[in-house]
Design a protein around this ligand. Structure first.
Ligand code: PHE
Length: 461
């Protein structure tokens, strides 16, 4: 069998894993979900989930992948047999479905880049109407999301080292710089402090079941957990590398970017008198107004750089999503990489079409179903099923798998390769307890709570 691809260095892995984590989830989704769920109270619970549950699960995925040297299905099957293999398959399916809508939103970001740089976006009067018309326009969206998937496919075709690693290293720092720039600008605007208060001063009366499970789903989505993405990337990692410190850096970078995205958006939203609970259009409606206020030239430069970097952030995530399905077909079905990439990319693009049509273009997909007291679009449903529900469920199954089949002894042993002094450390004891008891219990409970409350209208608290 040909040797599996691999990252060339520790920095390569960190860049690729952070590239996967940092994306639309941080800059587009985090602010709007936080805006709909009480702002600061949400932020607090989000950070709690990231470090308490997200971090151990992240280590679980990376170690399982590195130890098994396989895609999610192969990894579960290797240590747990065919039935556990189904858990890996379920993760791969979640990745496919997530990519289907993620690619549509990436297409919006790409369109906004073009509209800002070469079109008339910054001369518009009402950005909310513009956004509504924009996402309802089927042909533009079709081309942009097709284009975005094509670029993703070209990079994934190049394999692990050249394509995935190379692209992530330069783009992450650039994104960081532009976020900080817009934050400073935004904080100086009149009314900005109201936004800061909304985002940083928690009102605990706003915490309810929905805040708690939305923050959990958001944490899993943002860290790219629960669907085997990090099992796959872990399988390309060498035994010499320190998994604990790599994962810590990835978790911190991801949380920091989400935090900064919120700090960027809420002052802008409040200073322009918009509503923080606007939903998926939040970033696309709040930012152009500010770019417009910067004046025609500066606005165009900053605005188009921002949307371009947003596209790059999205791209390093779409790459990781596509790679999971591709790795499965290469490992298990012995497809050549080329075939796996082309077939899966095209298929996932097609699966995304109903999501694309559900933003006004087709009424029956826009009001596709009804729960949580409101009509939901097709894309809302896919987002809820495959990220809010499926990812924490994937985390639950992973921790259950380590606790009952693979064993925490093996988990611990695998981490110790490359992490000196891990055996016998406080961290080892802590992580073993988290994976063995806390994660399965908490995530199992959260799964039940989410399904009951979201879809069956039963409020536990
Ligand atoms: N973490 C990515 C983001 O925040 C999305 C993603 C989810 C990527 C799951 C891979 C797997 O945008």
């Amino acid at each position: 069998m040909a040797a599996r691809g691999g990252f060339s260095s520790r920095i390569g892995f960190i860049a690729a894993a952070a590239g996967s984590a940092v994306g639309l989830g941080n800059i587009w989704q985090f602010p709007y979900v936080a805006g709909q769920n009480g702002g600061a109270a949400f932020l607090l619970i989000y950070v709690f989930w990231i470090f308490l549950i997200g971090f151990p699960i992240m280590l679980g995925e990376i170690t399982l992948g590195r130890s098994a040297q396989a895609n999610p299905y192969g990894a579960y099957k290797k240590y747990g047999g065919k039935v556990w293999g189904l858990v890996g398959l379920f993760g791969i399916l979640s990745g496919v479905m997530i990519l289907s809508f993620y690619n549509v939103v990436s297409g919006w970001a790409f369109g906004y880049f073009l509209e800002t740089a070469f079109g008339n976006l910054l001369e518009e009067e009402n950005f909310s109407t513009f956004f509504g018309d924009y996402v309802a326009d089927f042909s533009d969206n079709l081309w942009f999301s097709f284009g975005f998937m094509a670029i993703t496919a070209v990079i994934v075709l190049q394999g692990v080292k050249k394509g995935i690693e190379g692209s992530a290293k330069i783009l992450m720092p650039a994104l960081f710089v532009i976020l900080i720039g817009i934050i400073i600008y935004g904080l100086m605007l009149p009314g900005a402090m109201e936004g800061v208060k909304f985002y940083l001063l928690p009102d605990f009366s706003l915490i309810n079941g929905a805040t708690i499970y939305s923050a959990l789903g958001q944490a899993f989505f943002s860290l790219s957990l629960g669907m085997g993405g990090l099992i796959t990337y872990g399988s390309y990692l060498s035994k010499k590398e320190n998994i604990v410190s790599s994962a810590t850096l990835v978790a911190i970078a991801d949380t920091l970017v989400a935090f900064l995205a919120g700090l960027m958006i809420f002052p802008l939203v409040f200073s322009q008198g918009q509503s923080p609970s606007e939903g998926p259009g939040l970033v696309f409606v709040a930012l152009p107004g500010i770019f417009q206020a910067m004046g025609p030239i500066l606005g165009k430069v900053i605005g188009s750089s921002f949307f371009l970097l947003l596209c790059f952030a999205a791209l390093t995530s779409t790459i990781s999503l596509l790679e999971v399905a591709v790795a499965y077909f290469i490992d298990e079905r012995k497809w050549p990489r080329r075939k796996a990439v082309l077939v899966m990319a095209f298929l996932i693009f097609l699966i995304g079409i109903p999501s694309m049509l559900g933003y006004g273009a087709v009424q029956s997909l826009t009001s596709f179903t009804f729960y949580e007291g409101t009509p939901k679009s097709f894309m809302d449903l896919i987002q809820d099923l495959f990220s809010v529900v499926a990812l924490p469920l994937g985390g639950f199954l992973l921790s259950l798998f380590i606790a009952t089949r693979w064993t925490t002894a093996k988990f611990s042993e695998e981490i110790s390769h490359g992490t000196t002094n891990y055996k016998g450390s406080f961290l080892e004891g802590f992580l073993n307890i988290m994976i063995k008891f806390v994660c399965p219990v908490v995530l199992g409970f959260m799964f039940v709570l989410t399904v009951l409350q979201k879809f069956l209208n039963v409020e536990l608290f």
